[in-house]
Write a protein that binds this ligand. Structure first.
Ligand code: NAD
Length: 498
């Protein structure tokens, strides 16, 4: 969606399809961001004081409000992003599933537990507890304006933090809706604050003294966020972009693989961080796969209303990137099997399938984030793995093969945070699995137990139960005690290797 700032202090949310004004929001400047962080911080004590059970009840109340507001929220997402309402419904359903899991599992994952003290500290009772960080600043993208930021927001709240959330400037209404839903469902705990604005508001949040920044967006912006956060040593989790590969083996179910490639590549107009951008197909089934995928691509039309397969590109800037990648690939000798440069018809981009794209071209190395699939043949699964891994991104990938062992072995060799076998985005609906990338796709994890720990600080506690039999931690250490300890040490560690 295009967004303009007509007066300095306001931001307009515009429909990407019709340019209609959907809403107007006050931009949070430095002072407003600091005030939101102060409100959040003031609320943390009450929130942590509730304990896991109290927070769980309130998170579930928020969940209920979101789920009950499904139609309204989905309509808003669809209006702001241009995606079909059905896709928006699916997005909310997935986000709510993760919220449900986080609310119900935070206590189990993060509660205080006794751990073994070990031989040297047998006199200590040792406990480990995951404590909240304080206030988390969450910065979100526009492509999945509920599912994606809630991966941080929900897990940070469930871990006992307050959150200041800055939605994308392209989806401010969706962010404001989530904040209002919290205020309605949990009026006594103002631990979710929303600040609206573009880069300046995000930068202000990085400088605001929050205890961690959860950033979801492009690698280029992530670098700016990290630089700003470096000034105050504010830790950051980065959920970045991707250039995800699909690998199709000779024995794969080609119909299923083609369907998955079409959904992963063209769904949401290709604006999915963990969508499919590159497909490597073993040569023996390459033509067959390409024919099946081409048929699906030719049948998929973007449009403003269902049954359109997907909607318009959400931002004009993204259209330019897609055009550049397709034109460049064709100029380098790639074959446009379906569509081509003429498929870019703003605000829509019709499906494009390119083959024989040189691996060093931007369509192979950079995130295209549009309904463009590059399908290249490979001689073997080994070649597919090495090409898939030759990317600075590493978010997710998929492998299609009828042989479970082969598929699993291939998946485990992929340098990604997630991999799906015989499906795309299989992990997205599994709440207990963490999500995150490597390289330019970022670091840190949302979702699952790791996602809860991401917004926690491990605190180690020891309580001395009795005086140590061999007391070495004193200035007037007895040399005889050290000699005995030394003997024991050598017996334990320098004897037989085991
Ligand atoms: P973006 O990087 O342009 O913006 C992301 C957010 O950062 C926005 O809220 C923006 O206002 C804010 N921002 C911009 N400049 C900033 C600055 N200097 N300091 C602080 N904040 C700043 O990304 P986008 O175009 O909104 O989203 C698309 C990108 O997000 C794609 O790369 C996509 O792959 C990625 N993404 C990743 C995931 C994931 O979970 N890994 C999920 C969805 C999207």
């Amino acid at each position: 969606m295009a967004t303009t700032t007509d007066r300095p202090a306001h931001l307009r949310s515009l429909s990407p399809t019709t340019a209609e004004v959907l809403g107007e929001y006050e931009i949070a400047d430095d002072n407003a961001v600091r005030a939101a962080v102060a409100r959040a911080r003031a609320a943390t004590e009450g929130w942590t004081g509730l304990g896991f059970r109290g927070r769980r009840a309130r998170l579930l109340a928020w969940k209920h409000t979101i789920a009950a507001g499904l139609e309204e929220l989905a309509a808003l997402i669809a209006a702001e992003t241009g995606k079909p309402v059905g896709d928006a419904v699916l997005e909310v359903m997935l986000a709510v599933e993760h919220l449900h899991w986080a609310a119900r599992n935070a206590g189990r994952v993060l509660r205080r537990r006794r751990v073994r003290s070990g031989l040297l500290a047998a006199n200590q009772a040792a406990t480990l507890e995951y404590r909240p960080l304080g206030v988390v600043g969450a910065i979100g993208p526009w492509n999945y304006p509920v599912y994606t930021p809630l991966g941080s927001v929900t897990f940070a709240l469930a871990a006992g933090n307050a959150v200041v959330f800055k939605p994308s400037e392209h989806t401010p209404g969706t962010g404001a809706w989530l904040g209002a839903a919290w205020a309605r469902a949990v009026p006594d705990q103002p631990v979710l604050q929303i600040v609206i604005g573009a880069a300046e508001t995000g930068a202000a949040l990085c400088r605001s003294g929050v205890d961690k920044v959860a950033f979801t967006g492009s690698a280029a912006t992530a670098r700016r966020v990290l630089a700003a956060c470096a000034e105050t040593l504010t830790p950051v989790v980065v959920e970045g972009g991707g250039k995800d590969a699909m690998i199709v083996a000779e024995d794969a179910d080609l119909a299923a693989a083609a369907r998955a490639a079409a959904f992963g590549g063209f769904g949401n107009a290709g604006q999915t961080c963990a969508g499919v951008e590159r497909v490597y197909v073993v040569r023996g089934v390459y033509q067959d796969f390409l024919a099946r995928l081409s048929a699906l691509a030719q049948a998929a039309e973007p449009g403003a209303r269902e049954p359109a397969a997907y909607g318009p590109m959400t931002t004009p800037a993204q259209i330019d990137i897609v055009r550049r990648h397709v034109e460049d690939a064709v100029a380098r000798g790639a074959q446009a099997v379906v569509g081509g440069p003429a498929s870019v018809r703003p605000p829509y981009v019709f499906p494009v399938i390119l083959t024989e794209v040189p691996e060093e071209s931007p369509a192979m190395t950079d995130e295209t984030f549009g309904p463009v699939l590059v399908v290249n043949p490979v001689d073997s699964l080994d070649e597919a793995v090495s090409r898939a891994n030759a990317s600075r991104y590493g978010l997710a990938a998929s492998v299609f093969s009828a042989d479970r062992r082969t598929a699993t072995a291939v998946a485990r060799r992929l340098r990604t945070g997630a991999a799906s076998i015989n499906s795309v985005l299989g992990f997205a609906a599994v709440p207990s699995l963490p999500f995150g990338g490597v390289g330019d796709s970022g670091f840190g994890r949302v979702h699952g137990a790791d996602g809860l720990r991401e917004f926690s600080r491990a605190q180690s506690l020891t309580r001395q139960r009795f005086a140590p039999p061999l007391d070495l931690m004193r200035l007037d250490r007895d040399p005889a005690v050290l000699a005995r300890a030394r003997k024991l040490f050598l017996l334990r560690h320098a004897g037989r290797a085991r």
